[in-house]
Design a protein around this ligand. Structure first.
Ligand code: IMP
Ligand code: MG
Length: 175
């Protein structure tokens, strides 16, 4: 691992406040319905838990894990399902919960795969968005923060599997 340190980009209280707002927004938008949250492991897990706690309409959860086919997700965008959902999403009001949308490749693939399973509705919620990096257009319904093109960690995001447990969004600085 290259020599580096982590600086705070978005402090914990600001992240918490924003997640509270998104939780309230989702609760309003899904009034009278049940939302089915899908977490994309592992990065989305911290955000999903904090968000789910702040949604006041009925919630159910499911988890999936994906990896890129062959080398790099960033080059192909074709993802392999490592762990599929436990339950069918047919006729459910689904929100995919992600840590970050970068090039948009993973998400656009995942969205089309989920659409084929005929949910009643399908939305996307991401904690972070790096719009400058977008290669494939994806429609994000709920965004926590738009951030510049820097490598971030914390709140589920990792650098070589480290730092997922940081309670804030940090930026990796190479020394
Ligand atoms: P995509 O390029 O939008 O397909 O994003 C692919 C994946 O790259 C994301 O789900 C993250 O797991 C990872 N990723 C993108 N940017 C960052 C970052 O700044 N820090 C950590 N992981 C990232
Ligand atoms: Mg991810």
């Amino acid at each position: 691992m290259e020599k580096h340190h982590v600086e705070i980009m978005i402090p914990e209280d600001e992240v918490d406040r924003r997640i509270q707002e998104i939780g309230e927004q989702i609760s309003r938008d899904y009034q009278g319905k049940q939302v089915h949250l899908i977490c994309v492991l592992k990065g989305g897990s911290f955000f999903l838990c904090e968000l789910a706690k702040r949604i006041t309409v009925p919630v159910s959860l499911d988890f999936m894990s994906v990896s890129s086919y062959g080398g790099d997700t960033k080059s192909s965008g074709v993802v392999k399902i490592v762990k599929d959902l436990d339950e069918s999403i047919k006729d459910k009001d689904v929100i995919i919960v992600e840590d970050i949308v970068d090039s948009g490749r993973t998400l656009s693939y995942l969205l089309s795969m989920m659409r084929d399973r005929k949910p009643a509705s399908l939305k996307l919620c991401t904690l972070l968005d790096k719009p400058e990096r977008r290669v494939i257009d994806v429609n994000v319904d709920y965004t926590g923060f738009e951030i510049p093109d820097e490598f971030v960690v914390g709140y589920g995001l990792d650098y070589d599997q480290r730092y997922r447990n940081l309670p804030y969004i940090g930026v990796v600085k190479f020394d």
